[in-house]
Design a protein around this ligand. Sequence first.
Ligand SMILES: C[S@@+](CC[C@H](N)C(=O)[O-])C[C@H]1O[C@@H](n2cnc3c(N)ncnc32)[C@H](O)[C@@H]1O
Length: 215
Amino acid sequence: MQSKVVINGFAARHYDELLDIFTLWWYPRFIKNALLRDTKIGIGEKVAELGVGNGRNARILSKKVGSAGKIIGFDISQDMLKRAREKCRGYDNIEIHEHDIRTPYPDDYRDYFDSALIVFVFHGFPDEEKKRILENLKMVMKPGGKFYVLDYQQVEFEKQNFLYRTFMQRLECPLAIEFLKYDIDTEFEKFGFKINHRELYFRGLIQLAEFVLEK
Ligand SMILES: C[S@@+](CC[C@H](N)C(=O)[O-])C[C@H]1O[C@@H](n2cnc3c(N)ncnc32)[C@H](O)[C@@H]1O
């Protein structure tokens, strides 16, 4: 099944700007509120961002973790990595690394992260790869660590309005539509990530789910 979650070229170099224009500047305000108001990421935390993109989320969270904290962003797209490094220059507590989140992280990160987040990335993987993402993340997170998934909320696709269905069919990948049926709470619990809180946005079509790792 085709995934659109790996982005290269023009769309990668201008990902943030294109998203702002496409959402008529609704997205920048939304993401700031979601990350600053609705996550419990705090001062001094070490945070992993899976699929860091242009680094927008890392920059938003930079102040929240302060100089004693650190945000480490992982991505595989060379264009995304280059842009993220440019945009995050001057943020001393952000690091950007090339890493495929489906594979094990370097040993230095074992039990290292207090929190992790994945923003509009998780839906783009087949179920087997989703399991690998969780398995590998679990190894680098501290027990009790928080994992935030900002993504589409599970809804009945056929019951949604024309605009939503057209967006999902035309602009998203079939995996995103599949994700609407994914039992996220049950699947995550198999890897020790227990649902703790869920914030819904945009008439319940988008979720920020907070999982706590028990290991
Ligand atoms: C839709 S973009 C979202 C970017 C960012 N999370 C944001 O909210 O601005 C998806 C990102 O996931 C990255 N990605 C896709 N597959 C990946 C993988 N296997 N490992 C690491 N990053 C991946 C892509 O390169 C891209 O930067």
